[in-house]
Design a protein around this ligand. Structure first.
Ligand SMILES: [Zn+2]
Length: 226
């Protein structure tokens, strides 16, 4: 073979070896989830990303192995958005069925869902993640003039975080008792915190049926109890 042919062959071989090496990404520690959560730049740990059955959309995987693309419509459009957040969270294994949106002048300025499992953070309840999102959006710790919509009645931690944030009004779907029915410890903590009878005007239950449908979905899914 001619010298030139050898050179061409060697160059072609080097190119063939180099291209896959270039295409191979460096070691990836985190992976960004594309979905509702992408709007506020949440990252999930690599192993969660790997173990996630469905990374895009709210495809819910039930304990019997069946899957369903779920959308639950509430009467109040903001509660529908809170449910969407919750579905996004449970379909990715981020945590419990708790989604939340914060509204000012009829516009959603913050949203979030329970990230306790994904973030390994016992304080990452839906209301807390939504408050952080809204405060970042407004560049302020003061959410006066805002309403909060959440799929489950706030636990004492979230209730007091909501009060610290000066939120005007809370609308929740499922009650503290409903939260307890699907395995969460809200009732115990609420008793320790002394109940909430003085806050009755501040807390309004709406769209409980739509949120109960969400909770029922969660009950029938494969999920970790925490
Ligand atoms: Zn909470």
């Amino acid at each position: 073979m001619k010298k030139l042919t050898w050179i061409v062959l060697i160059l072609a071989l080097l190119f063939a070896l180099a291209v896959p090496a270039l295409a191979e990404p460096a070691e990836v520690k985190t992976l960004r989830i594309i979905g509702t959560s992408d709007l506020h730049g949440k990252f999930v740990p690599w192993d969660y990303a790997l173990n996630s059955e469905s990374m895009y959309g709210s495809t819910v995987r039930f304990a019997d192995g069946t899957e369903e693309d779920l959308h639950i419509e509430a009467e109040n459009p903001f509660m529908t958005e809170a449910i969407e957040e919750a579905l996004d969270g449970i379909s990715h294994g981020h945590g419990g069925p708790f989604g939340c949106v914060i509204v000012r002048d009829g516009e959603i300025i913050g949203r979030g869902h329970n990230m306790v499992l994904a973030d390994r953070d016992s304080t990452a309840h839906g209301e807390i993640t939504a408050i952080r999102d809204a405060e970042k959006e407004l560049d302020s710790y003061d959410l006066s003039g805002c309403e909060l919509y959440t799929t489950g009645e706030p636990c004492p931690m979230c209730l007091f975080a909501i009060l610290w944030a000066n939120i005007d009004q809370v609308y929740y779907g499922c009650t503290i008792e409903d939260n307890a029915d699907i395995g969460f410890r809200d009732e115990i903590f609420d008793e320790l915190a002394g109940g909430r009878t003085e806050l009755e005007d501040f807390l309004t239950c709406i769209d409980r049926d739509a949120c109960l449908e969400l909770f029922e979905t969660y009950r029938n899914m494969e999920h970790s109890v925490y």
